[in-house]
Design a protein around this ligand. Structure first.
Ligand SMILES: [Zn+2]
Length: 224
């Protein structure tokens, strides 16, 4: 991203000295983007919704922000490119999802009646990840959801496990498998390949098969 900004800066101001660049993607609840020049350093904050955008879109964003800042005309092809991208269905859906989920306060309780998710997480972390995974917020779902058994919410760095499993007759391997699967999501972030999201990559699936009680756990979950 820095190289892209440098190139767009050069285009726009061929002879001016290159400012310092501090460019970061932030968890904005919208497609918010800001640029500020402070003490010779350009501070740019971009919504993380734009992180996976194609390079041409990043160039367009850099051009638009710099042109605005230095009061230069914005090239029509750049504003077209940007507008087309943010109005694309995938981006619009992502933005809507974030609006609905972020900012909302959640009650998080890792300690259930039977199982303590923090404890299960740490034991899996030691057994399978050399204790290397940073523990996200772990919580039982507020309701006994049957549709969403387990889920990793990257925006909030939270793993939610459905409360229906917090019962004495749930085998520990089922909870462990659910959590293990979500921990693999922590370890293997979603990649965007040629505009498509790859959620369960080949590496992800290979690692999932290392779970010793995979068959029993899956069978139990199927009956739920
Ligand atoms: Zn998954």
């Amino acid at each position: 991203m820095i190289a892209i900004f440098e190139r767009e800066y050069r285009e726009l101001r061929p002879r001016a000295p290159m400012p310092g660049l501090d460019i970061r993607f932030r968890r904005f609840t919208s497609l918010n983007t800001t640029i500020r020049l402070r003490e010779g350093v350009l501070h740019v904050r971009l919504s993380d919704l734009l992180e996976a955008a194609p390079e041409s879109v990043h160039h367009a964003i850099a051009h638009i922000l710099l042109a605005k800042l230095y009061k230069k005309p914005i090239v029509a092809s750049a504003s077209d490119r940007y507008r087309r991208y943010v109005s694309s269905e995938a981006v619009a859906r992502g933005a809507e999802h974030i609006r609905q989920t972020r900012g909302r306060k959640r009650i998080s309780t890792p300690v259930g009646r039977i199982y303590d998710l923090d404890e299960v997480f740490e034991s899996l972390n030691r057994r399978f990840f050399h204790g290397l995974l940073g523990r996200p917020t772990l919580t039982w779902s507020a309701h006994a959801a049957r549709r969403m058994l387990g889920h990793y919410d990257a925006a909030h760095n939270t793993i939610v496990v459905s409360r229906i499993f917090d019962r004495p007759d749930t085998p520990r391997c089922a909870i462990e498998y659910l959590l293990y699967h979500e921990m693999l999501h922590l370890k293997h972030p979603v990649r965007v390949k040629a505009g498509r999201r790859c959620v369960h990559s080949r590496e992800f699936q290979a690692e999932e098969r290392l779970f010793p009680e995979l068959v029993e756990a899956k069978e139990y979950l199927k009956r739920i």
